[in-house]
Design a protein around this ligand. Sequence first.
Ligand code: FAD
Ligand code: MLT
Ligand code: ZN
Length: 455
Amino acid sequence: FGSLAAKVQRNPSFSTLNSDDISYFKEILGEKGVIEDEEWLATANTDWMHKYKGSSKLLLQPRSTEEVSQILKYCNSRCLAVVPQGGNTGLVGGSVPVFDEVIVNMSLMNNIISFDKVSGILVCEGGCILENLITFLDNQGFIMPLDLGAKGSCQIGGNVSTNAGGLRLVRYGSLHGNVLGLEVVLADGNVIDMLGTLRKDNTGYDLKHLFIGSEGSLGIVSKKLLMEAKRKLGEILSAFEFLDSKSLDLVLNHLDGVRNPLPPTLHKFYILIETTGSDEPYDRQKLEGFLLHAMEAGLISDGALAQDINQASSFWRIREGIPEALMKAGAVYKYDLSLPVEKMYDLVEEMRTRLSDSANVVGYGHLGDGNLHLNISTAQYDDGILTQIEPFVYEWTSKHRGSISAEHGLGLMKANEIFYSKPTATVSLMASIKKMLDPKGILNPYKVLPHSLSS
Ligand code: FAD
Ligand code: MLT
Ligand code: ZN
């Protein structure tokens, strides 16, 4: 495990669980909603990368907004810290306890409440697994405007709370545009209904945006949210992803059944382009034309076009499989940066020079969004390597006016680094908002805000 948690002190004003607390939770959730099982807790205490590990003794599984509200109301009155948890696929240590926080797991709140085919508005609970929503909408002839490699496990509440970008942002935009409304439960248990379905409503502050990307630090995205699904229309670009040859090598070496669709010549970069249209032959013709033109113009040296849906998913498997391949390769230092596109790869190369043979430095990401995933892979975690990477990577990003978190959030990993991307006055304002909505600081402590301002 990484050594980050060791640098944070447990906030002494938080209470520790006692048997009365457990009895109360059993009263409101029933025996089944109160999990003390060690194996279950070991999984819930550990993040996807196996990098952060908490020591929570309790996981709660509410089934309704009312239950979330009762849990938070009680935890707030007892000053018990809480970590909201969705699919636990987050990559910055935000979804697991740092110490003994109570885990509020949203998995049982997984109902689709309604879908309106005329407006394309979907209303569902926060614990719905993304892939289930994608399949549901696909069956209705609609497209979910969000897709990401973790779709089989991540939940829509987690996606909203991290403002996940994913693979189709280039076409459909961010969740700030696609989420039309939210219901959230605040730290004191109050339920805030921001579920308005109006497309235009300028009556003051649009508060739902505060919760999109707030990483569980301001409220729990609970019963419903509204998502604008997009009709399958037009032959517009829907994904523009890139990976370098080292990323491809990792996938080919560590994942079973993955094949390079191109002849095994060494190419430095690979681009995965996807279009989504309503007229397949016409779409294909356009893509073929593009490929030919790009090759003639010397922009690309080779290319392959998926002939059917199976081939298309095998191409996607390469791109989506990179995080999994990195995990299988050993320890990974993950950086998720927004940078000017023309500067993006300079950082990868500089990092390679800096670390020489001590690590495998790979670059991939959402080129269409200017989002580089710089990943440094080593056999095991090593603080010596970390000091060569940080703060260099943050300073470099700040110097080029980039963002130190394009889409994964700050979590525990980057809470103290926020100043590289946000001015002090903005961070102070964020801390004031946090204080107002969660005066005792029980919601996802030690995350997002710098530790100097968060207790
Ligand atoms: P969790 O990991 O459980 O939680 C993430 C954060 O949200 C935590 O701070 C948690 O406290 C909070 N949270 C969770 N549920 C709620 C809720 N209901 N209310 C309030 N707070 C909540 N991210 C991208 O942006 N783009 C990608 O392309 C992408 N691809 C990925 C691919 C893989 C293989 C993996 C493992 C991760 C990827 N991610 C990506 C990271 C991404 O943040 C998550 O996958 C996803 O958005 C998190 O959802 P989750 O349900 O797993 O949330
Ligand atoms: C991706 O784009 O694959 C995800 O954000 C996960 C990662 O960065 O590893
Ligand atoms: Zn990504």
